[in-house]
Design a protein around this ligand. Structure first.
Ligand code: CU
Length: 500
């Protein structure tokens, strides 16, 4: 990712075309001539914050002309311990800078693409009324700056994201954030506000694989992300980076999902949301909510009064995402306990006393005995023989359904076309090679019983399971007068996983 070849850059530029074709070429119109009453509004430069922080509430009682300067930077950062990633960011963080404006504001938006960027970017703000949400007007090459103006007609909490092709890749590299358009009368005051976004990362390596990872388009298309995280990294909100609050305070979280694909079942373990602005809409909030569903490219606002101290865990309640892919954060609440609301562990008593212990002892003993049966069975020649016979019969079924067409039912093959398997010195000489032949196929000249054949055997690895390969080889190594041990599925598996 560090050195994007020029051809890739060109490809991206070409791909970017169709996104804007719908709107025609982006004509540069020059600054808009504002009507006098808007031109007269006070001008202010918006304060932007990096997550998990939120700019202070807006105290103005009327509209303003707000100038927003947002810089795009492509920077290498930490995705997890030892795992690096080239993030594409708005303002240097994932999610991008939090933007806070007021309903009715007229925004002069500047998108600045840092000269060190490798590709062009733009921005689609869901708070914008107008085609593309600003995307066509902000398509910006590295080292350039674009400007456009919009009026915030609708209050609410909105996602913004890059819409440059390939869009899922730009979003998948971290190009998303939130813009809050406060309603004219503001939101009710709270004690603390935080900014959290969920997004997934499609790395070439598996979860935890160290080193600089790059974006894997195939995994993105299949929607199989190794990482699903809060605020751009595993552990971005844990330990000394956890969110904090005090007992008695009300906490508001502006929560969004950048995606590009995966939705979130947002939940805080140990709390009930007192209020949820469902889908971040500004209608009356819902109350007493345990888990709220947040769509990709959507947001929510949750509020909770912290009644008792403790560490509350933020999760996507699709829980393997939280415990195996990173979608987990913490809110640490300090203050006096209230043991009526939550007592803590009151008593640790032995349940059912000695009887229960005897029960668990006997379960252990049972497992031990079952283990011994398995070991004895394996060692017992009669049982081993029967097992091999079963494999032989199962293998014969595979053979007669698949291999016989070429190697013939009697295993003698067809002279000049298909080699024999009956009494075949080539096959019998190397058991591992035979596994390889069946899994990966074989081509080129080979000599079987003194006769050279030069043909192609198709690979069967996509067709047969490890057990089926073990069975069919057990069959061919013991049919037609051949003599050999049984093959095991484990042996086949090991060879299947060989790197070629
Ligand atoms: Cu972009």
């Amino acid at each position: 990712m560090k050195s994007t070849p020029a051809s890739l850059l060109l490809g991206l530029l070409l791909l970017a075309g169709p996104v804007f074709a719908a709107e025609g070429p982006s004509v540069i119109t020059g600054p808009v001539v504002l009507p006098p009453e808007i031109a007269a509004l006070p001008i202010e430069v918006a304060t932007l914050t990096a997550p998990p922080h939120v700019p202070p509430p807006i105290t103005r009682k009327s509209a303003a002309r707000v100038v927003i300067n947002l810089e795009v930077r492509e920077t290498v950062g930490t995705l997890s311990d030892g795992v690096e990633y080239t993030f594409w960011t708005y303002g240097g963080s994932v999610p991008g800078s939090f933007i806070r404006i007021r309903e009715g504001d007229v925004v002069e938006f500047h998108l600045n693409n840092h000269p060190s960027s490798k590709v062009p970017h733009n921005i689609d703000l869901h708070a914008v009324t107008g085609a593309g949400g600003g995307a066509a007007s902000t398509f910006t090459a590295p080292g350039h700056s674009s400007q456009f103006t919009f009026q915030a007609l609708n209050p609410g909490l909105y996602v913004y994201h890059c819409a440059t092709a390939p869009v899922p890749m730009h979003i998948g590299n971290g190009m998303y954030g939130l813009i809050l358009v406060e309603p004219k009368n503001g939101l009710p005051p709270v004690d603390r506000e935080y900014y959290v976004m969920q997004g997934e990362f499609y790395t070439t390596g598996r979860f935890g694989e160290e080193g600089l990872q790059s974006f894997d388009m195939a995994k993105a298309i299949d929607e199989r992300p190794p990482y699903i995280v809060f605020n751009g990294a595993v552990g971005a909100l844990v330990g000394d980076r956890a969110l904090t609050a005090k007992v008695g305070e009300t906490v508001r979280i502006y929560f969004g999902v950048g995606g590009p694909n995966v939705v979130s079942s947002f939940h805080v373990i140990g709390e009930i949301f007192d209020r949820v602005y469902t889908e971040a809409g500004m209608g009356p909030p819902n109350s007493h909510v345990q888990t709220t569903l947040v769509p990709s490219g959507g947001a929510t606002i949750v509020e909770m009064k912290m009644d008792v101290p403790g560490t509350y865990i933020l999760v996507d309640h699709s829980l393997t995402r939280a415990f195996n892919k990173g979608a987990l954060g913490m809110l640490k609440v300090d203050g006096p306990a209230n043991r009526v609301i939550y007592s803590g562990k009151e008593i640790d008593a032995v349940y059912l006393g000695a009887q229960a212990e005897a029960g668990s002892d006997s379960a252990k003993r049972e497992a031990e005995l079952r283990g011994r049966i398995a070991a004895e069975t394996k060692a017992n020649p009669v049982i081993a023989g029967l097992t091999k016979e079963i494999q032989f019969e199962k293998g014969k079924q595979v053979y007669m359904g698949l291999c016989f067409a070429c190697h013939q039912a009697d295993g003698k093959g067809l002279p000049g076309a298909f080699p024999p398997l009956a009494a075949a010195d080539y096959m019998l000489a190397d058991r591992d090679r035979s596994v390889r032949v069946v899994l990966k196929g074989l081509s080129g000249p080979i000599t079987v019983n003194g006769v050279t054949i030069n043909s192609v055997m198709p690979p069967q690895e996509a067709v047969l399971t490890d057990a089926q390969v073990a069975d069919v080889l057990t069959y061919v190594f013991n049919a037609w007068g051949n003599k050999g041990d049984a093959f095991s599925a484990a042996q086949v598996k090991a060879i299947r996983n060989e790197t070629r």
